[in-house]
Write a protein of this length. Structure first.
Length: 604
């Protein structure tokens, strides 16, 4: 785009009063903001220090600032994220410095130590992330901890973790990133002098990606900005409910700011007409939204391809083969998935085929999860009955009532511990029976291929039952653990020997690379803001998209918006992948496709 279209121009040349710009995918929202700032400075003679531009990421703020300086030159217009802007305020008025701020990694370590000191359960990265995210949500939504029900663990346990975490920060005079918002909100609410100072300073405020705003951020903005608030966003791309964002903030904006002028940017400069038309059909299924009728610039393009595979393994291998045939397109191709656990199969096959790839997200290694490590311990001991470390790990998973005293006694004798336990005549029969069964199971495991061995541990030995009992005892949802288990079981299909599978699992994390060039692997959440010539959306079936954890109408609508975000990353080629079987069960095409009669496609 070298010239503004009519609606872009209308937005840019708005002067005073609230304005909401509904900017669909590829509609040039960054161009709007930078040109509007230029208009305020040049035509409206607004002082540069009185203009504040807020984005959601530092990279977006830096890019916008650089783009604006290329247009207008050096200036004192403030570009920043919500966190950087609010931290500036509390640093000046609450005597905080950057040394007082906990980094995200430090926060996780503190939470991990708190859990280890107060609870008797394994702490994996997923649980830590879940608890950390819930603490963030609590603050972003300005919730009262006393009336909050946790989804990560028991609510009483969560409150204990939360209070211990707050106690630690208070003792060390620390705040985290979410505290920046809460502290700023309380400061503006309680100190009229400070509030009035910033109202006078920031007379014109522009906010990008407004659909991502959370309650704490919005309450601060409503205090700071009475009239001249210019927001750019797309309710159809509101996908961060887990952070406190929801489309209601943008949908209700005209009520919060009466006399709001609304401009809809419905020209998509990114995608072909066929992709745009398909995406319009998808998002139109949502009812709680602004109607936009997005159109392109006349480039018809290729049809959207629906492709089918037998299962997850077949899917990742054949898509990798398709990509391998077009090496010149690697840097402009993306694999987009619902959860980062789905990246694992593609990483494996990309490494096997020497296809370079870039990871947009931190990869959640299946093999680092405690439950997976338990299964691997079973497999390792089946090959080496002197591996006492593995035996100690799983001897009571599920519970066989083998005490530490019994293990210590057996370890002092010749031969291996398990045989010694079985031949200990001082043990009553009810103690020796599960040991005899375990010896039999290990003999059976050693004869199986990895896939059958993993299934054997789960179903025959009873590890799945152990997960259910553990989850019930700890008051946590077992679904995520079983999803890890299922994906782990699926990964075993690639190997013919247990020894090779164990070696691969133990070295997976160290073998992961992140090339500077290559195919982009990203979740739907992290794909937002990106664009590619060719996009593959994988495993678009029920249980994945929408995710099985989404039950309510509002959750399903967010899943649809998430799907829409993934689809609209494509410029010229869009492939939607289906699988016939998922973890040995029939998989149905996503309801988002069947609703528009689009599950048909070619099998590859």
């Amino acid at each position: 785009m070298y010239e503004l279209n009519e609606r872009q121009s209308e937005a840019v040349h708005h002067f005073e009063g609230p304005m909401m710009v509904l900017a669909g995918p590829g509609s040039g929202k960054t161009t709007i903001i930078t040109h509007r700032v230029k208009f305020l400075l040049e035509k409206c003679k607004i002082a540069d220090k009185n203009i504040l531009v807020i984005t959601f990421t530092k990279s977006a703020a830096d890019e916008m600032s650089l783009r604006f300086k290329n247009i207008y030159g050096e200036n004192k217009v403030s570009f920043g994220t919500f966190h950087s802007v609010f931290f500036r305020i509390i640093r000046r008025h609450c005597n905080y410095s950057i040394e007082n701020v906990l980094k995200e990694g430090e926060k996780k370590l503190i939470l991990k130590q708190i859990i280890a000191n107060n609870f008797d359960f394994d702490t994996d990265n997923e649980l830590l992330d879940s608890i950390s995210n819930e603490i963030s949500l609590l603050k972003n939504e300005l919730f009262d901890i006393n009336f909050y029900n946790s989804n990560s663990c028991g609510s009483d346990d969560f409150r204990k973790i939360y209070f211990e975490y707050e106690k630690y920060k208070s003792q060390k005079n620390k705040i985290d990133f979410d505290d920046m918002l809460v502290v700023c909100y309380k400061l503006l609410l309680s100190n009229e002098n400070v509030l009035n100072f910033y109202r006078q300073l920031y007379k014109f405020v522009l906010i990008d990606e407004f659909q991502d705003i959370n309650r704490a951020q919005y309450e601060c903005i409503k205090l700071l900005v009475r009239k001249n608030l210019f927001i750019v966003g797309d309710d159809d791309q509101s996908i961060y409910k887990f952070r406190g964002a929801c489309p209601e903030f943008i949908l209700n904006f005209p009520k919060d700011y009466p006399n709001t002028k609304i401009v809809k940017l419905n020209k998509n400069y990114r995608s072909s007409e066929k992709i745009i038309s398909f995406c319009n059909k998808i998002i139109s299924q949502n009812k709680n939204r602004y109607e936009k009728n997005i159109s392109g610039v006349g480039r018809i393009g290729n049809n959207v391809h629906i492709i089918k595979f037998k299962n997850i393994t077949d899917e990742s291998i054949k898509i990798a083969q398709m990509i391998k045939k077009n090496p010149l397109q690697l840097n402009d191709t993306a694999i987009i998935f619902r959860t980062n656990i789905q990246a694992q199969s593609f990483i494996t096959n990309f490494m096997n085929m020497n296809i370079p790839y870039k990871l947009k997200d931190e990869v959640l290694s299946l093999y680092e999860h405690w439950a997976v490590k338990d299964i691997l311990a079973y497999l390792k001991f089946s090959l080496d009955n002197s591996d006492n470390k593995s035996l100690y790990k799983i001897i009571n998973r599920p519970n066989r009532y083998i005490s530490k005293t019994m293990l210590v006694k057996a370890a002092k004798k010749s031969y291996n511990i398990l045989d010694n336990l079985f031949h200990d005549k001082t043990l009553p029969l009810f103690r020796r029976t599960p040991i005899e069964e375990l010896l039999f199971h290990f003999d059976e495991l050693a004869l199986k291929n990895p896939y059958d061995a993993v299934k054997y541990v789960r179903k025959i030995i009873g590890y799945d039952n152990y997960i259910n009992e553990f989850s019930k005892l700890q008051n946590i949802n077992s679904k995520w653990i079983f999803e890890i288990m299922d994906e782990f079981c699926e990964s075993a299909k690639n190997f013919s020997s247990i020894k090779d599978f164990i070696y691969y699992a133990q070295n997976f994390s160290s073998n992961i690379k992140n090339d500077s060039n290559g195919v982009t692997l990203t979740t739907m959440h992290s794909s937002k803001g990106l664009e590619f010539d060719t996009v593959f959306l994988i495993s678009c079936v029920e249980g994945i998209i929408p995710h099985e954890k989404s039950k309510t109408d509002s959750q399903i609508e967010e899943e649809l918006r998430l799907f829409y975000v993934g689809l609209t990353r494509a410029k010229n080629n869009l492939y939607i992948s289906l699988i016939e079987n998922r973890y040995e069960l029939n998989a149905k095409p996503s309801r988002f496709l069947t609703a528009i009669n689009e599950p048909k496609g070619e099998s590859l």
